[in-house]
Design a protein around this ligand. Structure first.
Ligand code: ADP
Ligand code: MG
Length: 645
């Protein structure tokens, strides 16, 4: 089609005539008309007073979208190309004709009707409107030379649009690009990168570099510079760093680049990964917290696919099972690590939980290769698929050894409290008939002349005195006295020692008294007497014939707080205690006396003294010739703690 129409145009244009001025200028030269016809520009000549088109070349016909030169020849501009109305083209031509001065247009946009398709399309031209003058300087015509730029403009526009899109994309994705010549130390930053760095694109290379370097996080500087200096050697660069942006605060940048065309020039991108970093930092923090929480709670996690083909345990579960962190676990190993006595129970619990859709919650012992044990509590539950088939069995383990011990200790102390209450009620029941029997024996002793009866009743009295002592001083420790009173400790000490007078005589033991307390102390007298009786009783148990018991009291302030009080010491030259005994003497039921001891005396005494805010100290040694034990008790003058009531 195009060839046909251009062929037609060529034929017709050759029939049109050029003004004489042009034709004459080129007389004798190669045919000018031929040249113009093939020129790569649109050429037209307007001549005569009405400026009618007297010549168009082939290109002019084509770019104006006409089908043949006839559509233009002999017509004024307005008639030939009516679609130029409103574009200012007619006015330009009129102005050239009036002023006789040429006009040059650049990338001039005009609509042109494409006759072939019937569409109106925009085209762009660079053009020259040149007046042609006759010998007298009058206007002979106008020479129009126009270069069609449409394709070029459109391509450029498209390119610009693409670049703009890219820029927008970079901006949105916070991506910047850079070029860096390591050898020349020059760099080019994309506008987006200047944005990201908060640097001034107009600043000098050096200023930019200095600004950038000064905003690098100090801890990341070394890494960044190492990556840069390594880049020229390795040909690539990849580094992540923190950057203090003047407006946006701290940002995380990831940059990656590589050498282009084998030289010293590197090209690369910078990504702002702050959001990702913050997200992963948050995740890491949460994980850390989670691990801290589970670590503090000593909780391990386990996951099993059902049926038990795969067991996934974290390090803590493995620790609970005495296994190394990298140990492979299967169901056999699981059962093997559990105490033989607990295996059956555990197996049953798992099966029941899976079958009945109930929570799994058991306590079992795990055993090490050396036979060490841990108490573990395992809890878990089963996950089922839509059809109700069990697919997963997951849960946690927790070491409960310490908890178990505490629980046992609690049970023991509960037992003790029970014993205490029992003892109190028994002693109460025994005491009254006991006193009656002692009185009766006294009467028998007094009223009998039979030596044998007197001797028997005497020893019966002595034995009963022992019973009475146990009942009143050991078993009755739970009795609560009614109120605290002021008591002189030396008096209490004497009355406590008095019970032992018969024993002292039969044993051949000397009691040395050294009383220096002047003030009575506010206390529960019967309880303090019980303490003294317990200590003196222990001394007698430890003493041998010829031994000594020293009872001493002094007014003395608490050496730490300065609080006034009285110091009592009960010291014996008895057997003394070995290390093991010294460590355990206050434990309830600890005794070295076999059937004869209760192991409660010191334990009860310490409780009573604690109630009185007293300070109790023990020194004891078994050195031959210098063996003995000394208990010292400091009691404050003031009110005993109210819990004593
Ligand atoms: P018990 O007297 O019934 O054995 P205690 O609680 O009174 O129970 O004393 C616990 C243990 O402390 C005694 O069995 C004894 O081994 C030791 N002990 C206490 N006081 C003395 C002491 N003065 N000399 C040697 N050992 C003592
Ligand atoms: Mg005792």
């Amino acid at each position: 089609m195009a060839t046909t129409s251009s062929g037609a145009a060529q034929k017709k244009s050759s029939r049109s005539s050029l003004p004489k001025s042009i034709a004459s200028q080129n007389a004798g030269q190669p045919n000018l008309e031929e040249l113009l016809a093939h020129a790569p520009a649109a050429i037209a000549v307007l001549s005569g007073p009405e400026l009618r088109c007297s010549y168009v070349n082939d290109m002019a016909v084509r770019v104006t979208g006409r089908l043949s030169a006839d559509q233009l020849l002999g017509k004024t501009f307005r008639e030939g190309i009516p679609e130029f109305e409103g574009t200012g083209v007619y006015e330009i031509v009129e102005e050239v004709a009036r002023s006789l001065r040429p006009f040059v247009g650049r990338e001039y946009k005009v609509p042109l009707l494409q006759f072939e398709t019937g569409t109106l399309t925009d085209r762009y031209f660079d053009f020259v409107c040149q007046p042609m003058l006759d010998e007298n300087g009058g206007l002979q015509g106008i020479f129009i030379h126009a270069v069609d730029l449409t394709d070029r403009v459109l391509i450029r526009r498209a390119l610009e649009a693409t670049q703009e899109h890219l820029r927008l994309a970079h901006e949105a994705a916070q991506v910047g690009t850079w070029e860096w010549d390591g050898a020349a130390n020059t760099r080019v930053l994309s506008p987006e990168l200047h944005e990201m760095f908060g640097t001034d694109p107009k600043a000098s290379d050096r200023e930019i570099e200095e600004t950038w370097a000064s905003r690098l996080h100090p801890a990341d500087k070394a890494d960044v510079f190492a990556a840069m200096s390594g880049a020229s050697r390795s040909g690539s660069l990849e580094v992540e760093y923190r950057y203090q942006h003047p407006l946006r605060g701290e940002r995380f940048f990831y940059t990656k680049g590589r050498v282009v065309d084998g030289g010293t020039r590197l090209m690369g991108v910078v990504l702002d990964v702050t959001d990702q970093k913050n997200a992963s930092k948050l995740a890491a923090e949460q994980r850390e917290r989670f691990e801290f929480a589970t670590g503090a709670g000593d909780i391990g996690y386990w996951f099993c696919d059902l049926p038990f083909d795969k067991l996934i345990w974290d390090e803590r579960v493995k620790e609970h099972f005495w296994l190394a962190p990298d140990a492979d676990v299967d169901i056999e190993l699981f059962y093997r690590c559990i105490h033989p006595d607990d295996r059956e129970m555990t197996k049953r619990a798992i099966e029941e939980s899976i079958a009945n859709h109930t929570n799994y919650d058991v306590e079992y012992r795990t055993i090490s290769l050396e036979g060490k044990q841990k108490w573990i509590r395992a809890t878990g539950r089963t996950a089922y698929d839509e059809s109700g088939r069990p697919i997963r069995f997951d849960g946690v383990t927790q070491e409960v050894t310490a908890l178990k011990q505490t629980r046992e200790a609690l049970i023991r102390s509960e037992k003790l409290a029970l014993v205490g209450r029992l003892a109190t009620s028994i002693s109460h029941e025994i005491n009254n008939p006991l006193e009656a029997v002692i009185n009766l024996l006294y009467l028998i002793n007094q009223n009998s002349t039979d030596e044998m009866v007197r001797a028997f009743s005497e020893s019966a009295q002595q034995e009963l005195a022992r019973v009475s002592h146990i009942v009143t001083h050991t078993l009755r420790f739970n009795r609560q006295p009614h109120g605290a009173e002021r008591e002189k400790l030396s008096n209490l000490l004497d009355s406590s020692a008095a019970i032992y007078t018969p024993r002292m005589k039969s044993l051949g033991v000397e009691i040395v008294r050294d009383y220096g307390d002047s003030q009575p102390v506010l206390c529960f007298g019967s309880e303090i007497r019980q303490v003294f009786a317990n200590l003196i009783g222990n001394s007698f148990d430890a003493l041998k014939p010829g031994g000594r018991l020293m009872l001493k009291t002094r007014d003395q302030a608490n050496p730490r707080t300065g609080e006034p009080g009285v110091l009592v010491s009960i010291a014996d030259s008895g057997s003394g205690m070995n290390e093991e005994t010294k460590k355990r003497l206050f434990e309830p039921f600890f005794t070295t006396k076999g059937e004869k001891g209760t192991g409660l005396g010191l334990w009860v005494s310490r409780e009573i003294l604690r109630k009185h805010r007293a300070v109790l100290r023990v020194r004891s040694r078994q050195t031959a010739g210098k063996s003995g034990t000394a208990f010292s008790i400091w009691l404050p003058m003031g009110t005993p703690a109210s819990e004593g009531k």
